[in-house]
Design a protein around this ligand. Structure first.
Ligand SMILES: C[S@@+](CC[C@H](N)C(=O)[O-])C[C@H]1O[C@@H](n2cnc3c(N)ncnc32)[C@H](O)[C@@H]1O
Length: 212
């Protein structure tokens, strides 16, 4: 049940008993199962993925682990199939960079988080100085990095949908000018979603997997 991620969002997630966690692009489900243990039987961990193969693998892994407080959802992280304000913590491990419509992902994160909810995401992020061409070059060299945002784009994308206390911390270099980064943020208490600005350009992605 290997992780295909680029970091360890669970390590930075201060999950509490009884909380509801959502993993965007849950793959084989490792981070969902680890989260499920942390939130305990009074909490719930949801894994969202767009591929039947990954969801089937995650279900097998959950059965092997004997996890009962987990739920697997089929869908896209650009249109999360959960109600507004239903999640305490959003995690994701190396999937935001794969999304075709990143502003939609940020809007959806803000929508499903309850006021005061938090995020702990690991992703590949590019130096602000890299041009789009340089990012594309390095992406094909480094493997499955479809279209990494820059540090500024990531921060602005989250702030544009009303998330606060955004921090991006480099954990290690992925390739020249691109890094595995831990992104943390929270939704303010009493914050609603106001018309978010377009934070990042939209790029189609033909990449469905990843490597570590
Ligand atoms: C690099 S793997 C990471 C899997 C998992 N997070 C891990 O750490 O092992 C990417 C996963 O995200 C899923 N994925 C990619 N783009 C997606 C999207 N737009 N919506 C939902 N799932 C997506 C893929 O099907 C795949 O399972």
């Amino acid at each position: 049940m290997a992780s295909l991620g680029c970091g360890n969002p669970i390590a930075v997630a201060d999950l509490r008993k009884g909380e509801r966690v959502l993993d965007l692009g849950s793959g084989g489900g490792l981070d969902v199962l680890l989260s499920a243990k942390r939130v305990g039987l009074t909490g719930r961990a949801f894994g969202l993925d767009m591929t039947d193969e990954m969801l089937a693998l995650a279900q097998r892994n959950a059965a092997t682990a004997g996890a009962t407080n987990v739920e697997w959802l089929k869908g896209h992280i650009e249109a999360i199939p959960l109600p507004a304000a239903s999640i305490d913590f959003v995690i994701s491990n190396c999937v935001v960079n794969l999304a075709a419509d990143k502003p939609a992902v940020f809007r959806e994160i803000a929508r499903v988080l309850r006021p005061g909810g938090r995020i702990g995401i690991t992703d590949i992020v590019a130096d602000d100085a890299l041009t789009a061409e340089q990012r594309a070059e390095r992406s094909s060299y480094a493997g499955c990095i479809a279209r990494a945002l820059t540090f500024s784009e990531f921060r602005f994308g989250l702030e544009a949908v009303g998330l606060t206390e955004v921090s991006l911390t480099v954990s290690h270099a992925a390739t020249e000018g691109m890094y595995s980064v831990i992104v943390k943020s929270r939704k303010g208490l009493g914050v609603g979603l106001e018309s978010p600005t377009e934070a990042a350009s939209v790029q189609p992605c033909g990449c469905a997997g990843g490597s570590q």
